[in-house]
Design a protein around this ligand. Structure first.
Ligand code: ADP
Ligand code: ZN
Length: 605
């Protein structure tokens, strides 16, 4: 029988375990239970796949992500692992076939949709085979927040009663301590060892840029930093999803929309294209992405502010699962704050309070002058990390300035409108008053006779918007939910009386972009920088891979990851033995694709 490290080398073709994997695998191989918290892209799958290959019997994986089972199984089969799945998308014959394989001991891994466990026949089937391990993926689904699959997941506690000797491993990327505790109780994992991996994703470069012309900014970001690469662009509304997707296509960039308003077939088609094609962009609402384990998503862009840091981290976490450099980019501006402050006022009192807490944390992340990663990790309970060198604020430290006087000017304009005129206005009018603009609306309301009219000539229109945005973010100013008019808060008074200083961040519209691969302590793993000679070879290999993937009807990454192709391009092996040394080239793929790769390299030379 192989040891875990031998399986890692032979089957997966990887050099070494990632942080945490070895300990988790050892625990399960030895027959113990495990509860694993690891960020998206951390490498959870190997933690149950390797025990399933090392221990006798079939590893049973419970996963709610039915739409992705086919791809997961294809990826395993490409590695020579005998995998199958049972879910509601199959007809009777297909299920029969898998069941027969299971009974004949011809499977290493069996993926099951949770609802299958409530079918008696499934339990009877499992009882007839030998099971090596139960893996419960997306284990947070047992918690009260995972409503969709909850009843099915609650049935999982029965597994332990029927198979007390089979080790169980529950995995999730959801980090809050409450969820963690709930998983443990609901699944009866009292004896389990808990493994909590670092939540850092060092290969992701975080950047939050002031929003001026979002479409143009997005286009420039895509063209200069991620041409022809796969990524996700998140927007808040269906209509902006449609508009942005169209805009990208009009500009010659391959993009498809994805939101809950599209029919199921179109959604499935767009998701499948995203998984299969190289360099396709999906423009989506947050309805897209759950369980998407495409490893080579090179960027996640937000054109609208996420509702919480949890949401932001989950969405950005879909970038760079393969460990190569990836970018989390967001354009953020005054309208985002206004809109979210208004939305946060909806619902009952308890709901509002929660929303405001979430929003304040998100806004603090946007407005920080410190390292974004330090703040993110701190938020998830990993205190005291060092500045990362791979985020925008580390690379171009934003200046802060004493904005007390401008803040007072804004607040006193709002105050005077309310006191002297019994009026409330939005940002545009307040800024026009400060700038002394005699617009029709200013003249119509006689606002040119206010004492604050024209007192703000020291700043321009954009800067004033920046000031208002930060006052809103800091809770020194508020917006009315109904009309978005500006109103004072309890904290405004101290600023107006000169008892409180206001520190603001100077917005730099285009911070210099230092290349994330070369700076800072957080070196992304496996990043191979391609030389001018190797770059075209990589493109040739990519083209070969695209053709092979198409022929076999599998996603390109099932054949080889980008990281592997890059390493092949950089080292240009000339023999199968040399090729086998490349990370990601295991026994099966060497046999299957080795000759083709060498031939492609030969032609490229
Ligand atoms: P998760 O389920 O935690 O989001 P995955 O299991 O999908 O993450 O792993 C993320 C990526 O990292 C996958 O493409 C996987 O092949 C790769 N990977 C996992 N472990 C290793 C390792 N030890 N060496 C190299 N690559 C790895
Ligand atoms: Zn940083």
């Amino acid at each position: 029988m192989d040891t875990p490290i031998e399986v890692l080398h032979r089957v997966f073709g990887y050099d070494s375990f990632r942080a945490g994997q070895q300990e988790i695998i050892d625990q399960v191989v030895a027959g113990g239970d495990a509860l694993v918290l690891m960020p998206t892209g951390g490498g959870k799958s190997l933690c149950y796949q390797i025990p399933a290959l090392v221990r006798p019997g079939v590893g049973v994986v419970i996963s709610p992500l039915i739409a992705l089972m086919q791809d997961q199984v294809d990826a395993l089969r490409a590695l020579g692992v005998r995998a199958g799945f049972l879910n509601s998308t199959q007809d009777f014959d297909e299920r029969q076939l898998v069941e027969a394989e299971f009974l004949a001991g011809e499977l290493d891994l069996l993926y099951l949709a949770p609802e299958r466990l409530r079918v008696d026949a499934t339990m009877r089937l499992l009882a007839k085979g030998e099971i090596s391990v139960f893996a419960i993926d997306e284990a947070h689904c047992v918690s009260q927040w995972g409503h969709d699959f909850r009843p099915d997941y609650l049935a999982l506690s029965e597994l332990h009663e029927r198979w007390p000797d089979v080790p169980r491993i529950a995995l999730t990327a959801t980090a809050t301590p409450a969820t963690h505790a709930e998983i443990s109780t609901r699944l009866g994992l009292d004896q389990a060892r808990h493994f909590v991996a670092s939540f850092d994703r060092p290969n992701i470069h975080y950047r939050i840029t002031p929003k001026s012309e979002p479409k143009r900014q997005l286009l420039e970001f895509l063209r200069t930093e991620h041409p022809d690469e796969s990524g996700i662009v998140y927007c808040l509304s269906r209509s902006s999803v449609e508009k942005i997707a169209e805009f990208l296509v009009d500009n010659g960039i391959a993009a498809v929309p994805y939101h809950a308003g599209l029919d199921a077939r179109t959604r499935a088609l767009h998701q499948a294209r995203f998984l299969r094609e190289d360099g396709l962009i999906v423009v989506a609402t947050i309805a897209f992405g759950m369980g998407i384990d495409k490893p080579d998503v090179r960027f996640v862009a937000h054109l609208d502010l996420p509702k919480s840091v949890e949401g932001y981290y989950q969405e950005t976490g879909r970038a760079g699962r393969d460990g190569l450099p990836a970018t989390a980019w967001m354009a953020y501006g005054l309208q985002d704050v206004v809109q979210h402050r208004r939305m946060a006022m909806e619902g009952d009192e308890a709901h509002r309070r929660r929303q405001v807490l979430h929003l304040d944390a998100m806004l603090a992340l946007c407005e920080t002058v410190g390292c974004r990663r330090v703040m993110l990790l701190d938020y998830f309970g990993q205190k005291g990390s060092e500045p990362c060198g791979n985020c925008d604020t580390c690379q171009t430290a934003p200046e802060s300035w004493d904005g007390t006087v401008p803040a007072q000017k804004v607040l006193s304009t709002v105050l005077r409108l309310a006191r002297e005129r019994r009026q409330k206005f939005g940002v545009g009018q307040v800024v026009d008053i400060l700038l002394g603009k005699k617009t029709a609306k200013v003249l119509q309301h006689g606002h040119d006779t206010l004492t604050v009219f024209g007192v703000g000539s020291e700043l321009g229109n954009t800067e004033w918007h920046g000031v208002v945005r930060q006052l809103l973010a800091q809770g020194l100013l508020a917006v009315e939910p109904a009309h978005g008019a500006l109103v004072l808060t309890d904290d405004s008074a101290a600023v107006l009386r000169g008892q409180r200083e206001v520190l603001l961040r100077r917005d730099t519209l285009r911070p210099a972009r230092t290349k994330s691969t070369t700076t800072g302590p957080a070196k992304p793993r496996q990043a191979v920088d391609l030389s001018p000679e190797a770059a075209p070879v990589f493109e040739r290999l990519r083209a070969w891979r695209a053709a092979a993937a198409k022929e076999q009807g599998v996603p390109a990454y099932v054949i080889f990851h980008d990281a592997t192709l890059r390493e092949i391009a950089a080292t240009s092996p000339t023999t199968l033995a040399e090729l086998s040394q490349v990370n990601g080239v295991g026994e099966n793929k060497l046999a299957k694709y080795g000759e083709q790769v060498l031939k492609t390299l030969h032609e490229a030379a």
